[in-house]
Design a protein around this ligand. Structure first.
Ligand code: XBP
Ligand code: MG
Length: 233
């Protein structure tokens, strides 16, 4: 791997799929439970969800699915307030699932952050999920397994007007950190994340994840199967 993590000023991590595999055993289960609780006649299979993940943001994902249903002649009345409630229920259910301890950081994540801190580097989080979901993951899955100092910067979906693949979230992280794009390394798992980070000028490492392993990663500085492969680089 030509890219050296050691010379970077900051490592910027995506969350879902990168820090932890949160989708299949977290968000997907919580979405389906929320649909039942709110009387929405939807059930997303693993396969359907895999396709829907091309849309970043859980609320936007529901909107995209409603449009898809409509185009297939299954008319769904899009009631914004109702779907906001569904999304809130999904997020509450996601936080409950995290408390049961079934989701853990990906192998190598904690070591990678500790290595960065030992080198005097910053670590940060740039995600399209919400602060609420990031906090739930941080408290239930990360702080409970390792004592890590909080990230120097956290940019979430609610902080930006345009979510990934738009570079806005990464640009905001660079501004808040006061660090040049070329001095950072982004660690992402999806094509959308790669496009967002590289459009902000940040060299990007891809770690393959459950749903995005076969995405087109051209433009990535390198692609690895696990975060452990980045240790000592
Ligand atoms: C992942 C996402 C998120 C989660 C759900 O983005 O697209 O939308 O699936 O989160 P990233 P919300 O990998 O960039 O973190 O329901 O809170 O949007
Ligand atoms: Mg991701």
């Amino acid at each position: 791997m030509a890219l050296s993590l050691a010379s970077a000023s900051a490592l910027l991590f995506d969350v879902d799929g990168t820090i932890a595999e949160t989708e299949r055993d977290g968000h997907l289960i919580a979405f389906n439970r929320a649909f039942v609780e709110c009387g929405i006649p939807w059930h997303w299979t693993n396969e359907v969800y895999g396709g829907l993940l091309k849309v970043t943001g859980g609320f936007e994902r529901m909107q995209a699915y409603a449009r898809q249903m409509q185009s297939e002649g299954m008319s769904i009345d899009w009631d914004e307030a109702l779907f906001r409630r569904v999304h809130q229920r999904k997020n509450a259910g996601y936080a409950e699932l995290l408390k049961t301890g079934g989701i853990r950081p990906r192998s190598g994540f904690v070591d990678l952050v500790q290595q960065a801190l030992a080198r005097g580097q910053h670590w940060g989080v740039v995600t399209t999920t919400s602060h609420e979901n990031w906090s739930a993951l941080w408290q239930s899955a990360i702080q409970s397994t390792a004592s890590l100092p909080a990230p120097s910067v956290v940019v979430c979906g609610g902080d930006v007007r345009r979510k990934k693949p738009d570079p806005e979230a990464y640009e905001l992280a660079l501004t808040r950190l006061g660090v040049a794009a070329s001095a950072c390394i982004a660690i992402e798992d999806s094509r959308n994340g790669l496009v967002a980070a590289t459009a902000a000028g940040i060299p990007t490492v891809i770690v393959r994840s459950e749903y995005f392993g076969r995405d087109d990663f051209s433009g990535a500085a390198c692609v690895v199967d696990e975060l452990t492969a980045l240790l000592s680089r």
